[in-house]
Design a protein around this ligand. Sequence first.
Ligand code: FBP
Length: 549
Amino acid sequence: MTKSALQTARATYVPKVPAALRGAVKATEGEYTQSAADQEDIKRLFPNTYGMPIITFEKSNDKKALPAVNAGVILSGGQAPGGHNVIAGLFDGLKAINKDSRLYGFILGPGGLIEHKYMELTAGIIDSYRNTGGFDMIGSGRTKLETEEQFDKGLEILKELGISALVIIGGDDSNTNACVLAEYYKSTGAGVQVIGCPKTIDGDLKNRQIETSFGFDTACKVYSEVIGNIERDCNSAQKYWHFIKLMGRSASHIALECALQTQPNICIISEEVEDRNMSLDDIVTYIASIVAKRAEAGDNFGTALIPEGLIEFVPAMKRLIAELNDYLAKHDAEFKMIKKSEQRTYIISKLTKENSELYASLPEGVARQLTLDRDPHGNVQVSLIETEKLLSEMVGKKLSEWKKAGKYSGKFSALHHFFGYEGRCAAPSNYDADYCYSLGYTASCLIASGKTGYMSSIRNTTAPADKWIAGGIPVTMMMNMERRHGEVKPVIQKALVKLDGAPFKAFAARRDEWALTTAYVYPGPIQYFGPTEVCDEPTKTLQLEQEHS
Ligand code: FBP
């Protein structure tokens, strides 16, 4: 395979690891744990894996040989930079336990386990993927592992390959399912341990024990590089407003981190929109006011960051989408009979007054999107809505009204961008390369210690890597009961942006200044070689959170 010069050089990078992981380790048990909430329910649902202690790994002088282990690994959900290093760390850790240990990768996500599609990951394969982005070593998928039938089917292949431990690398849902699987295999005496690893660029799998999910660091650095480049272009030509939508599903962590790195004129935070009960018109008025104020100073340009999930957090839009979901679920056939040109009028006539007025006020494209593209659960796929275009179109309309009323006299010309996929498979930053390798290696230590139902954890990651703390957190500790698709289920709590958290407060304290002055910061591309303060800097989010913890 032809490689770029950078790929060749980067392949030789040796990830930095916590000092404790350089040699034999011993597991130290901390206090027994409780779930984040709903303790009685979670305890009842996880009788075998509830309440286990937090584990910390420390250096050991015990050189006792351990038996070989056969382990399996699965990549689950959206790609995130560093996945290959988790697998490399796991592989090296298993070989350190015993050189005859073997690692099998299940192909294209959890589906590979159920369909018995796998490959043995040999040293040659692992070496060719060290420090690379992507999940293409074994592929990923979004099949949910949730039924006993799937668990039993998976067990057949695990038994056939002599696998006694399975590592699931995924987000909150995949780790919830990993915990259910751990409980099931323990309760049935299947003899298979299950360990999770925290993955997602969205940054919404974190809590007091898990500092961050891997991939967030690299993805935010890639987006911030490009946002910085756009800001510089914007400030050079001084003629466009750039509306930039950023991936991240529901949570606005990515938008917030990119704002902290690049200091744009505007960044909307969905969680704040919901908290303040803001309407779409409130958001549009906020943006238009900044455009108008900058125009007064002769600055007819700017940058605005918009989180992907915004629409779902506008309370009025949430109500409209809920009524549309219900109505179309019941009257789908009737709706499909209506001529395309008459569908908008039809919907307006069927909704309640508030929702009908809001629907009527939406631009044609967005209104149509809300009646199409439903997911398998019958919900609108809000991430497909071009929120950046919706907002700029509505801002343009408001500015024209203000112009007529003599309240605004600038020029408004908007350009649109969506950054998401371009960051998910980037070569991992030093932070993610080191963090991921350590997470994988720690997973092997949890396996060797006989643990199941744990998530691999690396803490203290704003310190130099040799001071990082490796260990395991019982997954039940992160759980609570939530209503999902009409059913109350045990799930890992999703971490949204906290409005009383240090990252949001740091942003809120500066945003008015950034709105009117042009205070852009140009972070430049990720650096893989060079001084540690350039190459190893963690995200602003993590730095601020750790400073204030
Ligand atoms: P995960 O939660 O699986 O890590 O997904 C991350 C993500 O990139 C989201 O930010 C985005 O909304 C979604 O995946 C896109 O999904 P898909 O890859 O299926 O298009």
